[in-house]
Design a protein around this ligand. Structure first.
Ligand SMILES: CC(C)(COP(=O)(O)OP(=O)(O)OC[C@H]1O[C@@H](n2cnc3c(N)ncnc32)[C@H](O)[C@@H]1OP(=O)(O)O)[C@@H](O)C(=O)NCCC(=O)NCCS
Length: 182
């Protein structure tokens, strides 16, 4: 039986090349990648290239860490132009850490940071496969609202999926909202 994790020890930070072995533990696991668009990683070389070429330049991709060891990721991708008011969020956690509130904690930390880091973003949104009950629960616990069902919306891992769309709006700030709209 795993020791229960102290949620206050969960931190988010940018990826480092030295994360590669920890990264392979979860990014190389089909069970973790099942509902994610990434292909499951099969080699350390492939993972190193990905960390360097995709994670480093990503606008906001963080490693979810315990004791500075990567146990997953959370990403926020802001829109541009007329879509700069919104950003998409995605996340995953290594299987051995599931069910301890870690993803919820990581999403809550990301929520605090994203509205500071991207002042134009007023809406964070997530697309979740109908089968992915754990992820739906994470979003509900973090305060997202389910807005609707998008039928036959995307192929993920070769299967055409129905996806729920969830959103979380920037904490109420009339002056900020007004500024953004003008
Ligand atoms: C989704 C995921 C990130 C959740 O991580 P986690 O750290 O286990 O999440 P949490 O512990 O914070 O919360 C999980 C919740 O889902 C619930 N849950 C798990 N499996 C469930 C199921 N089959 N049906 C209903 N609820 C379920 C848990 O009981 C828990 O809710 P609770 O706290 O009310 O008991 C993790 O399962 C994962 O990495 N999955 C693969 C990647 C993925 O799907 N990413 C999201 C893409 S949209």
């Amino acid at each position: 039986m795993e020791t229960e994790i102290d949620l206050s020890s969960i931190t988010l930070r940018p990826f480092k090349l030295t994360d590669v072995d920890d990264f392979m533990v979860w990014a190389g696991d089909d069970q973790v990648m099942k509902f994610i668009r990434w292909n499951t990683f099969t080699s350390k070389e492939e993972a190193l290239t990905y960390i360097k070429d995709v994670c480093f330049p990503h606008p906001w991709r963080r490693s979810i860490c315990i004791d500075d060891h990567s146990i997953g990721f959370v990403s926020i991708f802001p829109g541009s132009g007329g879509d700069r008011c919104r950003a998409d969020i995605g996340y995953a956690i290594a299987v051995r850490y599931w069910g301890q509130g870690i993803a919820t904690r990581a999403v809550k930390i990301a929520l605090v940071e994203v509205f500071k880091d991207f002042p134009d973003v007023l809406r964070l949104q997530a697309y979740v496969s109908v089968e992915n009950k754990a992820s739906q629960r994470v979003l509900e616990k973090a305060g997202f609202h389910q807005e609707g069902l998008l039928r036959k919306y995307s192929y993920i891992k070769g299967k055409l999926r129905d996806l729920y769309i969830y959103s979380f709006l920037a904490p109420d700030s009339p002056s900020r909202t007004q500024d953004q709209m003008s």
